[in-house]
Design a protein around this ligand. Structure first.
Ligand code: COA
Length: 246
């Protein structure tokens, strides 16, 4: 299990270039580490992340802004494409790029203190790290429109109601809950988990017929694994399985 903590609390963990590059590097390391079976992403202090760094962005040319957006997209895409599942434990503000980052995780658990929003229009800009697509996919186009076009934040309970957040916890119970979910995943067959995650993701982008075929192929593929034989044998022998990831 890996825990990544955004750690610029004085700037409410605003995502500047350096933070995004560090995040991208850590995600790259995790992608190559077969011993890690789940990832929890959270923030230090009173924010998850209060957006892209406005101070840094204020000096960007249009060309530099496009490159910054590309960096954000690349980083979040790498997170989304990780084979291991990721859970965002949103402890406080998840605004702008912070909300977009949480949406690149497989699901979101939130503290009662969390606030979600896409306030970019207050600055005369729009979401630049995938918000228009990932948020719309998660909560539906109408809620994405309301959040992005008004820029107004919502509380954790409302985020739960619209499906942005899976569950809401008391602030001091949040991290434990996310870690427990990660541990639950880590105890399962890693190949099956990775395949299921990929088919869920790729199936969304495909037409239904192709999505069904992707699932059938993945279903067949895991049958060739030792873990499948072990999982079924353990059930029939009434014991816990010992998965090896092969
Ligand atoms: N970029 C850079 N710095 C940020 C930041 C951001 N996105 N969000 C917060 N900060 C900094 C503040 O400038 C402040 O720094 P300072 O202490 O050096 O003045 C520090 O974090 C604390 O923020 P502050 O605004 O004083 O806290 P608050 O409790 O009054 O308000 C927020 C919290 C989240 C409502 C407010 O900080 C905010 O609106 N942030 C910007 C959110 C946003 O527009 N994000 C999208 C960016 S595209």
């Amino acid at each position: 299990m890996a825990v990544l903590t955004l750690d610029r609390p004085d700037a409410l963990n605003a995502l500047d270039r350096a933070t995004l590059l560090a995040l991208e590097a850590r995600i790259g390391e995790l992608a190559g580490d077969a011993s890690v079976r789940a990832l929890v992403l959270t923030g230090a202090g009173r924010a998850f992340a209060a957006g892209a760094d406005i101070e840094e962005m204020s000096g960007l040319t249009a060309e530099q802004a496009e490159a910054f957006s590309r960096l954000g997209h690349r980083t979040l895409l790498a997170l989304e494409a990780l084979e291991i599942p990721s859970i965002a434990a949103v402890n406080g503000f998840a605004l702008g790029g912070g909300c977009e980052l949480a949406c690149a995780c497989d699901w979101i658990y939130a503290s009662e203190k969390a606030r979600f929003g896409q306030p970019e229009v207050n600055l005369g800009i729009l979401p630049g790290f995938g918000g228009t697509s990932r948020l719309a996919r998660r909560v539906g186009i109408a809620w994405a429109r309301e959040l992005i076009l008004t820029g107004e934040p919502i509380r954790a309970e409302q985020a739960e109601r619209i499906g942005l957040v899976n569950r809401v916890f008391a602030p001091d119970a949040l991290l434990d809950a996310a870690l427990r979910a990660g541990e639950t995943i880590a105890a399962k067959g890693p190949l099956a988990v990775a395949r299921a995650k990929r088919v869920l993701q790729e199936g969304q982008d495909a037409d239904p017929h192709v999505a069904h075929v992707l699932e059938q192929n993945a279903f067949g593929l895991v049958f060739a694994s030792e873990d499948r034989a072990e999982g079924m044998a353990a059930f029939l022998e009434k014991r816990d399985p010992k998965f090896r990831g092969r």
